[in-house]
Structures are given as C-alpha cells and as structure tokens.
Design a protein around this ligand. Sequence first.
Ligand code: PEP
Ligand code: MN
Length: 364
Amino acid sequence: MKNLENPITFLTNKDPEEPAIIAGPCSAESKEQVMATADAILSKGSAHIFRAGIWKPRTRPNSFEGIGEEGLPWLTAVKEKYNIPVSTEVAKTSHIEAALKHNIDLLWIGARTTASPFAMQEIADALRGVDIPVLVKNPVNAELALWIGGMERLNQAGINKIGAIHRGFSGIENTIYRNLPMWHLAMDLKRVHPEIPVICDPSHICGKREPIAHVAQHAVDLNLDGLMIETHINPDVALSDSGQQLTPDSLDSLLSNLVTKKEYSTKAQFEQKLEYLRAKIDRLDDELVELLKGRGQISVEIGKLKQTEQVTVFQQGRLDELLELRKDSAKKKGVNPEMVEDIFKRIHTESVELQCNLQHEKED
Ligand code: PEP
Ligand code: MN
C-alpha cells in the first residue's frame, strides 16, 4: 500500500504510548441521547475520538436501522462542543456523501461490508480524491486477505490514512464471545503491515458487558493501538446492542484500571533476564524441530510399510487414538489440551502428506 499515514496521529495529538480510545454509542438515537452520552464521556476526557452509528447494518429486518442523515448534525454538535474528531460507519455512496457534507472526521467500514468486495469497491470509488481517514473492521469471516484487500481497494483510490479495527469473527461454536477474537489474525495483520494501526473493538467481540474489560486489557497486552468501546448514557434502553454497551462511568473505570505497557524496556537487568530466558526457549524450540525431523523420518518408514501392504495412508482410527493419547497426556502434565490437539492435527496432516508423496513418487 502507498504513502500510508497513521489516521489516529493525524486526527489527535494523544500521547503515542497511550492506546487511542474511540467511544460513543452503538447508534445515534436522538440528539439528547448523543449529547448526554458525549457530555458524560468527554467531560472526563475518556475518549480521543467520538463514535456513533448513523446507518446500522442489522442482522434481521424490522430492527432499528439507524436514524440516518438526520443524526449527522448531532455528531457535528459534539465535535464543536468538545473539539474532538467524530466518526461513523459508512456502507455505500449515499452514506459517504452525507458524512462528507456534515464534516465527519473519520469513517469506519463495518464487518459485513468488508466481507463484500463489491461494496468495498463502491466505497473506494466514492472516496476517490477525498482525503479522509478510514478504519476498516475485519470481515465477519476469518480471512486476513479479505481484510487487507478492503484496505488495498481504499488505498488504490488514494486513501492513505488507513487503520484497522479488530472486532472478532463469526464462529459456529457456542463460546463466551459473540465474535471469536482469533487474536492471531490481528497479530498477522500487524506483522504484514506494521504501519497500519489496529484498534480492538472488545464490545463486538464480547456481545455482553462483563468480559469487555478483560478483552480490552488483552488487546493492550498484545500491543494493539487502541480500543473502540460502545458507550451509552443508558445502555438498558439502547435501540441496538443494548447488552454490550457500557455506561460512561463503567468506561471510565475500565480505562482507569487498564494497565498500559510499553513494547520494550531499557533497564539492563530486565534485558539480561529476558535474554537468558529467551535463550532457554530457543534451545527448547530447536529440540522441538529436531524431534519433528525424527518423527518425519519414522513416518516415512511407516509410509513404506503401508505401501508394501497396500494399506491406505489415512486411517481415521489411528488419528482419533493419537489425539486422545496426546490430550490425556497434556491434561496430566498441566498443558492446554486444546493447543496440543491443534498442534498434533497439524503434525498428523504433515505425516499424511509425506506418506502420500511416497505413493506419488512410486507412480512417477
Ligand atoms: C458497530 O460498530 O456498531 C458495528 C455495527 O460493528 P460491526 O461492523 O463490527 O458489527
Ligand atoms: Mn454495535
């Protein structure tokens, strides 16, 4: 991507060590609700950027679909009163035209929109020639390329102040989360594009209030660049996402309990200790690689044996047995059995590959 600039640094003059805080209601509902929420958050200085959804992509029809253009002057009023950037979600050309007309400072693209390349292209085309910061939420499905692809479309249309919002991914399993965090995808994005700030949205990850503070701390511990937290003056009567919005007071206490951290320390004693422990980890990791090599060699021998006996490479029973044995052993040793299961599924896939390749070599 070309000429990327940090949208948060562009909009605010916050301390670069502190996470950027974007707060405000899920939806703008009335002028009174927007102003009361803004007053309660901003009089305490609890946010760097104010948010409110004007057009709401709802899962089912006949729910509150946002107040529409009528609500944009309420955001402008917050901006004027507190001299703070304001932001809203846009999903199509008409939204962008209206948001620009009302001098909205920052646009974000919702998760359902990022999932659609046609919609992203329409947005990019509507923004061609406009200099406005845009944050792109991860698509609902766990696909990093689609997330990056959305940002690339904007960048190719000339948008260069691009940030990302990690709001979790839909999953079929029943978990404590509304959207699975799958933190590794946010970390992968940071690795591929370290110049793009990633803001975590714990509200949509959690779907309920209680775990939000914990998830927010986790994001900060992973060195993500900020938090977008839905905050409503009276969450219980909110017209959307009622269960996950915080009151301004609980936002305030979340932020004051948040332990912010720096990525590095210059203290010699700390550095020495870290280096010593990392050297130990590196030795163990190398042994793991050595063990995997030995395991691969035995797997090839097994493959040859199966070949002479015309036995299939994959045997479901053996995989099930192997996973059960390793999970049991993990449990006994106090190691997370789910992690062990994931690792051994991958190791087993590799074994199957090795043995299949043997078969193909013979055919060649
Ligand atoms: C929102 O931020 O209110 C919203 C609709 O989010 P998402 O696109 O992550 O569902
Ligand atoms: Mn919401």
